[in-house]
Design a protein around this ligand. Structure first.
Ligand SMILES: [Zn+2]
Ligand SMILES: [Zn+2]
Ligand SMILES: [Zn+2]
Length: 150
């Protein structure tokens, strides 16, 4: 039997849990979800076309990894990363079941985290639509570009 609560850092992590508390404890400690979404602002010139990259990432670590792998840039500090991003956009989170960025009204990190977990739990439980499994989760880097959310 599959556990109901799945880590939303798929495809990097496929841990799953039977209870809400175990699930959020795992995400908080293993991944430290953060209310920032980065959109890559790098200009790509392949000798044929010049385009802005625009790929979306839900935290600075994924964005840093993308810059390294795709643009051969090795940056680590938040300040440096910010200067290569469009954004960062704060006070929202990526929902891979809705396939969209969800706005969060309230302010602090704790409130943001609870709102995010509560939103995603609704999908796992199928309270407001079909019950979702992590196989249905679409990672932000697969679909998001900054233009879609401007
Ligand atoms: Zn995980
Ligand atoms: Zn890029
Ligand atoms: Zn959602």
């Amino acid at each position: 039997m599959h556990s109901l609560y799945n880590c939303t850092y798929a495809p990097k992590c496929f841990n799953s849990y039977d209870t809400y508390d175990e699930w959020i404890a795992h995400e908080e400690t293993a991944h430290a979800p953060h209310p920032e979404i980065y959109f890559c602002g790098e200009i790509v010139d392949d000798g044929y076309r010049v385009e802005q990259c625009n790929a979306g990432f839900r935290d600075q670590y994924d964005f840093a990894e993308h810059l390294q792998e795709n643009h051969d840039m090795h940056l680590s500090s938040a300040f440096e990363l910010d200067s290569h991003a469009v954004g960062p956009r704060t006070q929202n989170f990526w929902c891979g079941f809705c396939k969209s960025v969800v706005d969060v009204a309230s302010g602090d990190q704790e409130a943001w985290a609870m709102e995010r977990f509560a939103h995603i739990e609704e999908h796992f439980l199928g309270r407001d639509g079909p019950r979702m499994a992590i196989a249905n989760w679409v990672p932000i880097f697969m679909v998001a570009t900054e233009e879609e959310f401007r």
